[in-house]
Design a protein around this ligand. Sequence first.
Ligand code: F3S
Length: 401
Amino acid sequence: MELTKHEREMLEGKHGEGVAIAMKIQVAIGDSFHAKRMVPITRAHVALSNQEADLWFAEKLLKAGARCKIPPTVNPGFNLNYFKSAGKVTEEYANLMQRTHDTYKALGAVLSYNCTPYIQTNVPFFGEVTAFSESSATPYVNSVWGARSNREAAQSALCAAITGVVPEYGLLLDENRYGDILVNVEADINSDFEYQLLGYMGKKIGTGIPVFTGLPAPITPEAFMNLGAQLNTSGAYGMFHVLGVTPEAPSMEAAFGGKAPKRVVTITNEDLQEILSQISEPGGQKIDFAMFGCPHFTLRQVQIIAERVKGKKLSMEMWILTSSHTKEMADRMGFLEIIREAGGDIVSDTCPDQPCWHYLSGKTGITDSPKCAYYPKRRGLNFVIRDLETCIDAALKGEVD
Ligand code: F3S
C-alpha cells in the first residue's frame, strides 16, 4: 500500500508508539483487502463492549500513548451508578465498567454510551468517509445517509479514530456499493416491528448487498435501525438499499450499477411468521420482565410506551434502554414520570448484553427486538418476541397470549 509521508511517519513511530500500533494494524487490514492507499476519516464510532479482551486492546493503546485524533462516539456498556446503587452488579463487573470508562475517557472518546449515534450525536453527510463499528450503525450510515464506512470492528474503528485514516477498500469504493440481491418483499409491513423480522431473514437473503422492493413509504428511522440491527444479527451486512428510498438507489439501474441481480429472493408473511417462531420463546406463558431499546430507543418509541402505560400499573419490571440525550428529553416531556409511576424505568447508557443483567438469569422477558433476545441468551435470559404494543400489554397483564 502506498503511504503518504505523514502516514509512514505514524507507522514508524514518529508520532508515538500508540499511533504506530494502530497504524500497523490498519496497514495489515489494508494489505489483506488489497487497499492501494489510506484515506482520511471525519467521524468514527467504536462499539465498546465492556469486555476483558476489548478493554485489554484499548488499555494497550492508551499505555502506549495513543489519543484519538477523531473523537469517536462509543457504544453502551452499563450505567454504573444505576446498577451499583441498586446492588445489581458485582464488584468485579463494576470495576470492569469503571476501567472501560476511564480508558475511553483518557483516549479522548466522546462518552456517549449509545448504539444509535447516527440519528443523534454522530450524523454523517452524504459521501463522508467514516469508520463505524456496531451492527445497526454501519448499515445506517452507508444505506440511509449515503456516507461511507466499512463494517469495522471495535478495534479497527478505534485505530482509525487514533490515526485519522482508514485503508480504502470495500464499501469506500463506488464499485462495491452496488446491490447484488433483489429482495421482493411480499410480506405485509405494517409497523417498525416487521422490519425486525425482515432483518432477521439474513439466511434466506444470503451474502451481499440486498436491494429491497415492496416496502411501503414512509419508512421511519426506527424501521431502518431495526432492519440494520437484525440483518447483522442474522448475517453480516455493511449496506442495503431500498429502491426509490435510500440515496444510492433511486432506480434499479442505479442500485445494481446497470447489472442484473445475482439472486432474487422473495419474502412472504409465512417467512416472517416462521422466523418469529424459531427465535422467540413460545407465547401463552407468564412473563417476568420487559426490556426495550435494542437498538437504543428513540424519543418517539419512548412516547409510544408512555402513552400506553399512562395511569396504569405494570405487573413486572420494565426497562427502556436509551441514550442519555433521549432520557433527558423524556424527562423534560414528562414521559419518564409516567413510566416510573407505572412501575417501569428508562435506563441510559446500557445494553442488554451486559453483566448487569445476570440476576435475571433463568427468567423469561418480553421484547420487540430479536437482537435483544439473541445476545443475552448466553447469560441465561430468555425472551418472547412480539410487536411493541403486544409487549406493553403483556407487561401490564403479566402474561403473553
Ligand atoms: Fe445496542 Fe446493545 Fe442492542 S449495542 S443494538 S443495545 S445489543
